[in-house]
Design a protein around this ligand. Structure first.
Ligand SMILES: NC(=O)C1=CN([C@@H]2O[C@H](COP(=O)(O)OP(=O)(O)OC[C@H]3O[C@@H](n4cnc5c(N)ncnc54)[C@H](O)[C@@H]3O)[C@@H](O)[C@H]2O)C=CC1
Ligand SMILES: O=C(O)[C@@H]1CCC=N1
Length: 274
């Protein structure tokens, strides 16, 4: 795709994930004048315009001036946004929903007939170009629409295509996933404090261990079990820690936690059924 073909993008609702997308696209080479956003809080809008030089607009302007409309409000806030979007949006637009749980059928019901919708579950590492995004076409989205979204999100990380029926599972795994890793890192840093290390040292040790482990997983192609076994010496330190993790049911806790996130994603979708 040449520069001239790149669609103008409007983010509707510039909170945490909306800002992550805008900043990731800028870092990936998109120009501020190719981007815009809507934001109901004026102070937040000024903050973002000052930080990134991207203009804040209303929904009607976004629908007129941008080809891709990225919905990034909380699922609970979708109805008023759809009320504004429905009269403004046309067949030339492409609506991309980042909202957990919300099915493409909700948009198709509320927007004019034929408006293409692609459901996406991204994650916040898009601020550093390391997002994991899963995309699914709605009823009116064509292969070209999917390719546009793939290209757009490819600037800020990896993209996979999944059937929409898998999006609640994706949300629980990679959408929420960074939070589980941050939680783990936070707990491990605390363990360093428990053992008497200064906080700054503990943070450095754990963050670099996380970066190193993630890089090994991404680059070596080795299975996580193999990589863990290589750290676990006979009668050594690691196996003592692993026994405690198993005793405390950490594996079962992760299965239950991710299942709970999946169930919540489904529930958020059900709240908008007819
Ligand atoms: N935070 C995350 O890691 C991820 C979030 N998501 C999804 O992204 C969506 C947004 O999540 P966050 O960014 O975390 O929430 P957030 O609350 O930080 O951002 C939502 C923003 O939308 C604005 N807003 C609400 N209604 C509006 C309207 N009618 N017009 C203009 N602006 C409006 C709010 O003022 C707020 O700034 C959610 O649907 C969530 O499921 C998806 C993947 C990851
Ligand atoms: O917690 C949430 O609902 C959103 C969706 C995935 C990550 N954050």
């Amino acid at each position: 795709m040449t520069n001239a073909d790149k669609p103008t993008i409007a983010v509707l609702g510039a909170g945490k994930i909306g800002e992550a997308l805008l900043s990731g696209l800028l870092a990936g080479g998109r120009r501020p004048d190719e981007l815009m956003f809507t934001e109901r809080h004026g102070e937040r809008a000024s903050e973002l315009t000052n930080r990134y030089g991207i203009r804040a607009v209303d929904v009607a302007t976004a629908a007129k001036d941008a080809r891709v409309l990225v919905v990034a409000v909380k699922p609970q806030d979708i109805e008023p946004l759809l009320d504004e979007l429905a009269p403004a949006v046309g067949g030339d637009s492409l609506v991309v929903s980042l909202c957990a749980g919300l099915p493409t059928s909700l948009y198709e019901r509320r927007l004019p007939d034929g408006v293409p919708v692609v459901r996406v579950m991204p994650n916040t590492p898009m601020v550093v170009g390391e997002a994991m995004s899963a995309i699914s076409p709605g009823r009116f989205a064509t292969a070209d629409h999917l390719a546009v979204v793939e290209e757009l999100l490819g600037v800020v990380g990896l993209v996979v295509r999944v059937p929409e029926s898998q999006q609640d599972a994706v949300t629980a795994l990679s959408g929420s996933g960074p939070a589980y890793f941050f939680f783990l890192v936070e707990a491990m840093i605390d363990a360093g404090i428990l053992l008497g290390l200064p906080r700054a040292v503990s943070e450095k040790l754990i963050i670099q261990s996380a970066v190193g482990a993630a890089t090994m997983l991404a680059r070596t192609g080795e299975h996580p079990v193999t990589l863990r076994e290589a750290v676990t010496s006979p009668a050594g330190t690691t196996i003592m820690a692993i026994r405690e993790l198993e005793n405390h049911g950490v594996r079962a806790a992760l299965l239950a936690a991710i299942e709970a996130a999946h169930d919540r994603s489904q529930e958020l979708g059900r709240q908008h059924e007819d």
